[in-house]
Design a protein around this ligand. Structure first.
Ligand code: M6R
Length: 359
């Protein structure tokens, strides 16, 4: 039940630190090992490329996960939209391995891909929040997200859980392969730090509510921008805002704005930038200033160690590979409060279903 919460979405946003702790308990014992099915790790070790296939928010989590598999386990990985992959499969590597990410485990576009690649004889892992779901039953391996039931149509805690569990698998594989990056990645500790950071942010939700009051009333368009690891985060932040508040929002690679889309920036258009990535921080800042010079109402969401006094939202520092876990929290809250302010049914946005069981 919602308990004292007005909407499930807010409850589910608040639950995210606890979900991270559940993932730690389920997969990361105190002795530094990783409890993942050894048969799965061995099968993944045989692969020369990981194809992560998903829809919507799960696809955005897959974009974050692909980087984790490459950086932590040295396995080339790429995320694909299920609705595209099913009909136009890229030229596959010699030993592909498929990871289907699905909160519900019932998404038809993802199932279509599963059926096709199984027929081709390739190994498939489903990461899902729903034990016994169709995708879980039909895959060779399953890992559970441990997010608990997600009721709001807008996915929040399943996104962060998917990043957490992909990090677990990347760490397990990397350790099996004796990758230095995996051995040095103290994931149990780092996920606990991320959970604490997430807690700080959900506790500061009134600050976000105030910012929404200043930035969002009567806006038709908004933009999230970021580079590097902040780009997939921008895509998810934009999806959250558009699906619950109906503000037309786009997520952009910050450097791409000036290749066309900056033409859309006019007086008071909200432009929200993520700055968590050391390598790209300075460039994203200057992109944000370029939009400000064209009248945009800019808002910066910045990691503590990169923050300047004028920044609007400060994210507690976490391992940079896990920055999306904290970065997404303010964006989820911005979406929530924008929809709430418009008097919309936050949990059941128009035209949307919780799981999309038609192609
Ligand atoms: O259950 P799934 O993870 O397969 O669902 C995928 C998408 O339909 C889902 O993430 C959708 O985009 C949400 N409305 C996002 O908040």
């Amino acid at each position: 039940s919602k308990g004292t919460y007005p909407y499930y979405m807010l409850k589910e946003i608040d639950e995210q630190p606890a979900v991270m702790r559940r993932i730690v308990d389920a997969y990361l014992p105190a002795d530094g090992s990783v409890s993942v099915d050894p048969a799965l790790v061995q099968a993944l070790d045989q692969a020369d490329r990981l194809y992560i296939v998903a829809a919507g928010t799960s696809y955005h989590a897959g974009l974050v996960g692909a980087r984790l598999f490459e950086e932590v386990a040295g396995l080339p990985a790429e995320a694909y939209l299920a609705s595209e992959f099913g009909y136009h499969m890229p030229l596959l590597s010699q030993h592909p391995f498929f990871l289907l990410l699905s909160q519900s485990g019932e998404t038809a576009d993802s199932r279509e891909v599963l059926v096709k690649v199984k027929k081709m004889g390739y190994p498939v892992l489903t990461m899902t929040n729903t034990a016994g779901s169709t995708l879980s039953r039909e895959a060779d391996y399953t890992m559970l997200l441990h997010a608990g039931p997600e009721i709001a149509v807008a996915s929040t805690k399943a996104y962060t859980a998917q990043i957490g569990v992909q990090a677990v698998l990347a760490k397990a594989l990397g350790m099996y392969r004796q990758q230095p990056a995996a051995n040095d990645f103290a994931l149990r500790h780092q996920l606990s730090i991320a959970a604490a950071g997430m807690q700080t942010l959900v506790d500061e939700k009134d600050q976000i509510k105030n910012l929404v009051g200043q930035y969002m009333p009567d806006q038709h368009d908004a933009f999230y921008i970021g580079r590097g690891a902040d780009y997939p985060l921008s895509l998810e932040a934009a999806l959250k805002l558009k699906e619950v508040s109906y503000v037309h929002t786009e997520g952009f690679a910050a450097g791409e704005l000036k290749h066309g889309t900056i033409a859309l920036i006019s007086e008071d258009t909200p432009v929200l930038a993520f700055i968590t990535d050391d390598a790209t921080a300075a460039h994203t800042r200057s992109n944000l200033q370029e939009t400000e010079a064209r009248g945009a109402h800019t808002l910066s969401i910045v990691s503590e160690h990169l923050a300047e006094p004028t920044d609007n939202i400060v994210l507690p520092d976490v391992d940079p590979r896990l920055s999306a876990l904290v970065g997404i929290i303010p964006a989820q809250l911005i979406a929530y409060y924008t929809a709430l302010g418009k008097g919309l049914d936050v949990d059941k946005p128009r035209n949307l279903a919780k799981s999309v069981t038609v192609e």
